[in-house]
Design a protein. Sequence first.
Length: 178
Amino acid sequence: MANEEDVTGDEKKKGGLVKILLLALIGILVIVISVGGTLFLTGFFDERPVEFDEDGNVIVLEVDDETDQKETDSSQIYSEMERKFTVNLVGSRQFFQFGLGFMTKNDPDTVTNVYNHELAIRSAIILEVSTYSKDQLTTAADKQKVADTIKMRMNQVLIGFENTGGIEEVFFTEFLIQ
């Protein structure tokens, strides 16, 4: 009779372990299905037209959106300057370090021109940004104003060397005041 009790006790332990493993497997399966469904519904698996120019920069083509009534043939080229900028701020011992990206509309020559004249462009940006104090870099509007000023300076340098600008937008990829 003791042997019968041992056998039923072992079966209960095995049955409990199987139930726990089954519940864990079901839980993992629910999570995987939820993540997959979310990615599918947000369009993660949709194909996006992407092209590369001869320098290897990504040319982002606009995708027709069902809610967008306007059709455009324009595409943008986004690029990022490789080295960060570090500039001392006026009136303090702090410095401003930032990464910079830019966008041009369907003009790979502008990207090439930026890299051909990078030294002059970096100098113009550093000279411009070094006139700012910490108080002039606090709000989002202040930062956008600085980005617009950098865009203007970049276009001025490009016009001076190539007789054409072409920078449509400037973006901060990193922004640090220390």
